[in-house]
Write a protein that binds this ligand. Structure first.
Ligand code: GCV
Length: 690
């Protein structure tokens, strides 16, 4: 057997079978116990980042592997090989099997140290997902510049919409306690190309900008730096009043601007490569420039001026809506931001959620994508599953992410995808609301780790296919054995659609219970702000269901390009999956299948529940191939999911039937309880509440 084939076989054997238990702590970086000798990895040059890359290879390369050479593309020996490195951009890498001085070597090269770091992880990913050790040829450059996690972590340790324990930042004991977990966090993020992290909640406390907290953030920044990860902070707009004793936070007041400049200088003295600020302003009670009659651009530009001398940026969120605005909530961000196109400083990026409401299991892409050509737009996804079953439902989110990234913003014939809009500017970013917490397995269960992984991989390359990502994640997480990888990928690929089916099919959205957003509450109608009530979104009554966003309704369709607006204006050309997002239709409306809308809805609810039953059976069959700890926890999670999928279906159907007075289609099971029973369920202690 050739050395390379022997090496691959040995690697597969070590990586397959029930891997030793660690409660999921090692994520997808589950290297074997034996490390290669130090001289199996040779580094040309020296820097903390190169040292981190080499250490990772020594930790992760399979026994017998090597030699691996890490060297800059400008190194004379590398240059002499005349490799195709000219096209590599910042952070891009080339990993090649080459012959150097008569010896076979795996070369990891790039134009910068970051590229070498990412190339090293790419090599490990390749080998760990069953790739051959012979004739390696990997090359990639990221298309999105800033690939950033947003932690909604509060300074008291709670995580808003976090379902995996407390915050991983032990704020109290920082900066002294440099928990090794921070180092593993950095490794995991670097392995998927994430290069920034916002440490604190967008519902920010001004205290995070005090010297005490800046020192804590600086300690984290020191640990993350060798892994290419910059630290950012969410900034509370009223901090000049709360911390600086000023009487105003008006962005047009020179004293306010001076306060922020001094604050930025102070931060950069402690964290020289500080990334900048993330701001949630005039949204859900947060302060902002609108409090002073100034625009979002005025507010963002004032902060941008403060960080500009240091090379920092401002990520300014477009997630704004107000109960004082009688317009459709889905239209409000566009109405507020579109007129500001071209008015933002060039170190501001406007951060837009994937859809116009709020991280629902399915939303059409946000109409701002494609509508602000002169402004860099970051896309924000939620990795934590506030509306998709918290940590206890299996919902693989790459299909959701890709659905938005691949959406055409122009309409037939002139395709410009959301991903292309996001990547169109020098400053480009993708943000993901983290699902990371103090839980031993970081994300609540093993399958939730896949969403963190998928976010990073898609931020690096938005054209990657969800199935490809699932396959590489499954192989690294469970071993590159097709007996487990194939069924796991199959489970993942149908999981998100199942959640859509049992929570809100055919374009329904925002049907969850109050506050914690856990479980069904489509009947909720008594909350103070109209747009906090599910009835606002589904508008169901005796006659029909759905939100009319066409010309006869809110006309939100007009915010899309003319070709897309035309498609959405007609229920016959609206994608079935988004039907009730755009149209209010009679329960008896005939679907293309010939079924009535009501019968089709019931079929979706039933399909969702049935799919979760399949997931359980498929996981049961994998018991011999997964270590007990991870298998048992996932089995328990799937049992919860099945019970709750039935709850969602039954509660929703009981409520719809109370309105439409229609019988269930033949063969459909009646809800287990009456509507009053479902309405009486209460979970004030559900996790993740702010
Ligand atoms: C951080 C939703 C969530 C809030 C979150 C908000 C946001 O409304 O429920 O918890 O606040 O989005 O994205 O700012």
């Amino acid at each position: 057997m050739r050395k390379s084939a022997l090496f691959a076989t040995l690697w597969l054997a070590l990586a397959s079978g029930p891997a030793c238990a660690d409660g999921g702590y090692r994520l997808w970086l589950r290297y074997g116990a034996t490390t290669v000798p130090a001289n199996a990895v040779v580094v040309q040059g020296s820097s903390p980042m190169l040292a981190a890359a080499a250490a990772e290879l020594r930790r992760g390369l399979p026994v017998g592997a090597g030699p691996v050479l890490l060297a800059n593309a400008a190194d004379p020996r590398v240059a002499a090989l005349r490799l195709p490195v000219a096209g590599l951009g910042d952070e891009g890498y080339l990993v090649r099997s080459v012959t150097l001085d008569g010896r076979a070597v795996t070369l990891v090269t790039a134009k910068d140290d970051r590229g070498i770091l990412y190339g090293s992880f790419a090599l490990l990913r390749h080998l760990d997902s069953g790739g051959s050790a012979a004739m390696i040829d990997l090359s990639s450059t990221p298309t999105i510049k800033l690939r950033v996690l947003n932690h909604w972590d509060n300074l008291d340790g709670r995580v808003e919409r976090g379902y995996a324990g407390q915050s991983i930042w032990d704020w109290w004991n920082l900066p002294d306690d440099r928990d090794p977990r921070y180092f593993d966090y950095a490794r995991a993020n670097a392995s998927i190309g994430i290069n920034g992290t916002v440490l604190n909640n967008v519902n920010a406390k001004a205290e995070s900008l005090t010297p005490r907290y800046i020192a804590k953030a600086a300690a984290l920044a020191d640990m993350f730096r060798p892994y290419g990860i910059k630290v950012y902070l969410s900034a509370r707009f009223s901090a000049p009043v709360e911390l600086g004793g000023l009487t105003t936070a008006n962005p047009k007041d020179p004293k306010v601007a001076a306060w922020w400049r001094a604050k930025a200088d102070e931060i950069y003295r402690e964290i020289p490569d500080f990334g900048g600020f993330l701001v949630k302003a005039n949204s859900e009670g947060q302060p902002g420039p609108r409090d002073y009659g100034a625009s979002h651009a005025d507010g963002a530009n004032m902060l941008a001026a403060a960080v500009r001398p240091h090379g920092g940026i401002v990520m300014w969120r477009a997630f704004v809506y107000a109960d004082t605005d009688p317009n459709d909530r889905a239209k409000q961000a566009y109405d507020e931001f579109k007129p500001l196109d071209g008015q933002f400083a060039d170190n501001v990026i406007v951060q837009v959620k994937n859809g116009a409401i709020d991280f629902q299991p399915r939303e059409p892409f946000h109409p701002l994508f494609g509508a602000m050509p002169r402004t860099p737009l970051a896309i924000e996804f939620q990795i934590t599953k506030e509306y998709l079953g918290f940590a206890s439902h299996l919902a693989y989110l790459a299909p959701l992410f890709s659905e938005t990234l691949d959406a055409d913003t122009r309409g037939r014939g002139k395709q410009v995808t959301v991903a292309q809009v996001v990547g169109a500017h020098q400053l480009s970013a993708m943000a993901g609301v983290a699902n990371i917490g103090s839980a031993r397995d970081w994300s609540g269960t093993t399958f939730n780790q896949a969403n963190w992984y998928a976010f990073g991989r898609l931020a690096w390359d938005p054209t990657l296919k969800p199935e490809t990502i699932a396959r590489e994640w499954a192989a690294q997480t469970f071993g590159a054995d097709p007996r487990i990888v194939d069924p796991v990928v199959q489970m993942m690929m149908k999981s998100r659609e199942a959640v859509v089916d049992y929570t809100g099919p055919l374009g329904l959205a925002h049907l969850m219970a109050t506050g914690h957003h856990y479980g069904p509450g489509p009947w909720v109608s008594e909350l103070k702000r109209p747009e906090w009530n599910p009835v606002y979104y589904h508008r169901a009554d005796r006659g029909g269901i759905g939100f009319d966003r066409t010309r006869t309704g809110s006309n939100a369709v007009a915010q899309y390009s003319p070709a897309i607006a035309k498609l959405y204006a007609d229920p016959r050309t609206t994608p079935e999956a988004e039907l009730l997002w755009f149209h209010h239709l009679p329960w008896t409306y005939r679907m293309p299948s010939g079924a009535t809308l009501w019968d089709a809805m019931v079929a979706h609810y039933d399909r969702g529940v049935a799919t979760v039953g399949e997931l359980r059976r498929e996981w049961d069959a994998l018991r011999p191939l997964v270590d007990d700890e991870r298998w048992t926890k996932t089995a328990a999670m799937l049992a919860t999911q099945e019970r709750e999928a039935i709850w969602w279906r039954d509660a929703s159907l009981a409520y719809w039937m109370s309105l439409n007075q229609l019988p269930l289609p033949a063969g459909a099971r009646a809800p287990a309880h009456d509507l009053a029973w479902y309405k009486a369920q209460s979970f004030p202690d559900a996790p993740g509440n702010p």
